[in-house]
Design a protein around this ligand. Structure first.
Ligand code: ADP
Ligand code: MG
Length: 265
């Protein structure tokens, strides 16, 4: 005489609508199975509700991290577990792992600078730290410095620079990749300085660059601004010196040797 489902069927029919209205897609997907199990096993109501909400919260967090990762524009495959630390003896793996765990530097708005010639893994290493921070719930944005400078300059032309800088403020870490490829142009590069000054001691910046400081005169409009920018960047910063052979070149070498080997008869 009892219907197999404890809820009146009218109630049950309204549940998916209510869960949609509340934007609870996971609960909407799982409630029927969980309710069935709960009825079968005689769970107290608290346990059923708790289990349902736990699933919703867990998936919400997963979706949030996925969104943050897409939003970050970090290069996909450049994670720390794919980084060979042996190739860069000047960089301590333990130190990088501590940075990846956000051991307070992010909360304090400290910076991270990676220097070295092309191909040594600067971008990979910094992106790897970025991915690890995303895993921990932080927001990261990865940009090529020259593209960001163009964007900020356009914003300034349209009198939207403050709004554009405010958008960047949402990110706990802003990665400026290839700073030394940004080229001097009076208007352009002072937006870069404004960005650095704006984030100073509040929000972290990570920079990759081929040339440490000495050649940054080509990036900023004048000497005084270079000094002021460097000053702010290094005041609280970890510097990773990566003056090793190009990983790219070394990786390519065996293949080249192979090709030049004489053919077996
Ligand atoms: P950089 O930014 O210094 O020019 P990249 O980070 O772009 O160098 O590295 C060049 C290529 O070599 C990338 O494909 C990167 O994944 C790879 N690579 C560089 N260093 C390492 C490393 N230590 N372990 C694994 N892959 C590396
Ligand atoms: Mg790079």
């Amino acid at each position: 005489m009892n219907a197999p489902i404890a809820l009146g069927s009218a109630d049950a029919a309204r549940l998916p609508l209510m869960l949609t209205e509340l934007r609870m897609p996971t609960a909407k997907r799982l409630w029927a199975d969980l309710a069935e199990q709960s009825n079968r096993e005689g769970w107290p109501a608290e346990r059923f509700l708790g289990a349902l909400l736990e699933h919703e919260i867990a998936e919400r967090e997963t979706r949030r991290l996925q969104r943050n990762r897409v939003d970050s524009q970090l290069p996909n495959a450049k994670t720390l577990d794919l980084f060979e630390f042996d190739a860069v003896p000047t960089v301590s793996k333990a130190h990088v792992m501590a940075l990846a765990e956000a051991d307070s530097w992010i909360a304090q708005g400290h910076n991270l600078l990676a220097f070295g010639p092309p191909g040594v893994g600067k971008t990979h290493l910094i992106a790897g730290i970025g991915h690890a921070l995303i895993d921990r719930g932080y927001k990261v944005l990865f940009v090529r410095t020259s593209e960001l400078v163009q964007r900020l300059q356009a914003a300034r032309r349209d009198l939207r620079l403050p709004q554009e800088l405010a958008k960047l403020d949402r990110y706990d870490l802003l990665v400026l990749d290839d700073l030394s490829y940004a080229r001097r142009d009076q208007a352009e590069t002072s937006v870069l300085f404004e960005l650095i000054a704006e984030r100073y001691e509040r929000r972290s910046i990570a920079i990759t660059a081929n040339a440490p400081f000495s050649e940054w005169d080509q990036v900023f409009p004048d000497r005084a601004m270079t000094v002021a920018a460097v000053d702010r960047l290094v005041h609280h910063a970890t510097i990773l010196e990566m003056n090793v052979d190009s990983y790219r070149r070394r990786a390519a070498m065996p293949a080249r040797r192979h090709r030049s080997e004489p053919k077996q008869p």
